[in-house]
Design a protein around this ligand. Structure first.
Ligand SMILES: NC(=O)c1ccc[n+]([C@@H]2O[C@H](COP(=O)([O-])OP(=O)(O)OC[C@H]3O[C@@H](n4cnc5c(N)ncnc54)[C@H](OP(=O)(O)O)[C@@H]3O)[C@@H](O)[C@H]2O)c1
Length: 285
């Protein structure tokens, strides 16, 4: 930073990657902060991941985000992984250090919690039982975040029971694991339900869950953000539950990446949300 001749570079490595809204987000911040720089979508096939990561330093990149399907593999390829990312079992962000070594971390957990805090300022993790549906990479970040934020009970439901059980065993937290068939009943007395499965995403089936037992004031959250309002969130909204979509999780995790790469923590403003939202299809036929 501070060098007028320096062009700031970062990007996102994924395969496919062109659907990613990260370039829009980060390039918005370059413009807002009047910095010369660019954030690029880097379409990297799995076989090229190691070489691509090692090319970051000679190409002058400050770092990159890591997305599907590289989050776990990249963790094995970087030089250092912090405790948070090790606990989650995946990295979402790489920092190139001055000596060219690569440090991996995971900002999804921060993004998830900050998004809820911004959208629902009265929210606290310890208000009552939270239900997390899904046990993939996104779920691990959500579960870790909820446990860290002081949740007293996290009900974890996943199609593949063993995957949910593994999270409960690995994470120090107040987990109760429910079989998939009991997902409807698991909502009883809950103060929050979070969909972390890919169900509801454009091109996928909707999440099949009956909300009858969900208390009227419980918060419904989805980490899917294409479409912004998944069928699950739509059903929750129509019965009067407050809802939070997944876009803010993406936006907030980017703040931490900027802090690491450029020493600046940019803001997630209503204007930024609107700029990204208008590029997301509503998913309705
Ligand atoms: N907003 C954000 O910043 C953010 C961050 C991370 C992820 N996400 C989104 O979150 C979603 C999940 O991502 P991920 O990385 O966690 O994926 P993942 O690791 O592949 O996990 C997928 C999850 O969905 C479940 N699932 C998939 N198909 C299902 C079906 N037909 N019936 C029941 N369960 C099903 C899987 O259950 P099994 O274990 O039984 O296979 C698993 O729990 C994606 O849409 C992704 O874009 C958003």
């Amino acid at each position: 930073m501070g060098d007028p001749d320096r062009f700031l570079l970062a990007g996102v490595m994924g395969w496919p990657v062109m659907h990613s809204r990260s370039p829009l987000l980060h390039n918005y911040w370059f413009k807002q902060h009047k910095l010369a720089g660019a954030y690029l979508p880097l379409a990297i096939q799995p076989a090229g991941l190691a070489a691509a990561l090692r090319a970051l330093h000679p190409l002058g990149f400050a770092g990159c985000n890591i997305t599907i399907p590289h989050k776990q593999e990249a963790m094995k390829l970087v030089d250092d992984v912090d405790t948070l990312a090790k606990s989650i079992g995946a990295i979402s962000c790489v920092l190139v250090r001055p000596d060219g070594s690569l440090a991996g971390t995971n900002n999804d957990c921060y993004g998830f919690i900050q998004n809820i805090r911004q959208e629902q300022p009265g929210w606290r993790a310890d208000l009552g039982p939270s239900v997390v549906i899904g046990a993939g990479g996104g779920s691990r970040a959500v579960c870790y975040g909820l446990a860290q934020a002081g949740a007293r009970e996290i009900r974890l439901v996943n199609r593949t029971f063993a995957r949910a059980k593994k999270i409960a065993e690995e994470f120090a937290g107040p987990f109760k694991v429910f079989p998939w068939e009991q997902r409807h009943e698991a909502l009883d007395d809950a103060v929050m339900v979070v969909n972390t499965t890919s169900l509801g995403m454009v091109g996928q089936d909707a999440l099949d869950i009956k909300l009858d037992k969900l208390p009227a004031r419980a918060l419904a959250v989805d980490i899917v953000y294409i479409p912004l309002e998944t069928p699950f969130l739509e059903a929750a909204r129509k019965r009067g539950n407050p809802t939070v979509n997944g876009l803010g999780m993406l936006l907030h995790q980017g703040r931490r990446a900027w802090q690491a790469w450029f020493g600046i923590e940019p803001e997630v403003t209503a204007e930024l949300r609107a700029a990204v939202e208008k590029t997301i299809p509503d998913g309705k036929p």
